[in-house]
Design a binder for this molecule. Structure first.
Ligand SMILES: [Mg+2]
Ligand SMILES: [Zn+2]
Length: 238
């Protein structure tokens, strides 16, 4: 176990919650907003950011208010293993925690507050979202980048976000523990040093991307069933 201050970095969708918040929101009212928007958008042009805003517009048209959306997001709880893991991080001496996520600030902050773990994180780095006076929620891009590895998410390169965070941080972390499940977590994982750790969800896109063996991963990687063993693995680094 490394001495000194540690940084725990968590992805959100399918890491802290066992679902995708962007599609979960479609169930706010009963009209099947996600399916409607999918049917309207052409198969050859499918930008995820555009898709999320179209789903939110559809919900607004169907009468979903800000309270309806926030109330529905509160039903998407942080899963049991992640809650235990976050409590371990909260209790750990000399440890900070942040979230880097391609979801958005409204969904994440709503769920963190509802589950009572907002205080665990010193930063939530995600797409900024807000409601206008009519109650329409929109999501903006976190940033733009030219990283080839992250070309599928032109609004977010998690590697750039992590690199900038570490560069601007007041602390020199002796160990970074990065926990994620998706293909878009790969770039962040590649930023880690050999003293750092990647906690990778078993059976999801990031594990598959790593299995190709074409990337130069310096960190030690642990493949973990997040719903069963996330707490014990995170606790071992606290
Ligand atoms: Mg994820
Ligand atoms: Zn990248």
């Amino acid at each position: 176990m490394a001495e000194g201050r540690k940084l725990f970095v968590f992805d959100f969708d399918y890491t802290l919650v066992n679902d995708n918040a962007d599609t979960w929101v479609g169930g706010t009212v009963g009209g099947g907003a996600v399916e409607k928007v999918k049917a309207e958008m052409s198969k050859w042009y499918h930008d995820w950011r555009d898709f999320v805003n179209k789903v939110l517009l559809q919900l607004h048209r169907e009468g979903a208010s800000r309270d309806d959306i926030v109330g529905h997001m509160r039903k998407l709880k942080i899963h049991r293993e992640a809650m235990k893991a976050l409590q371990a991080v909260r209790a750990a001496p000399d440890a900070d925690a942040i979230i880097i996520s391609d979801a958005n600030s409204v969904f994440i902050n709503t769920i963190l507050q509802h589950c009572g773990v907002a205080d665990v994180f010193s930063a939530v780095l995600t797409n900024p979202a807000s409601f206008n006076n009519e109650g329409l929620m929109t999501v903006a891009w976190h940033h733009t980048h030219t990283c080839q590895l992250c070309a599928a998410t032109p609004n977010m390169c998690k590697g750039t976000i992590l690199r900038e965070f570490l560069k601007n941080s007041a602390h020199l972390y002796t160990q970074v523990v990065y926990t994620g499940d998706g293909q878009n977590d790969l770039c962040a994982l590649l930023q880690l040093r050999d003293t750092d750790v990647g906690v990778v969800r078993k059976g999801h896109g990031l594990e598959k991307a790593l299995a190709k063996g074409t990337h130069d991963v310096k960190a030690s990687v642990q493949i973990v069933d997040f719903l069963q063993d996330l707490c014990s693995v995170i606790t071992s680094y606290c």
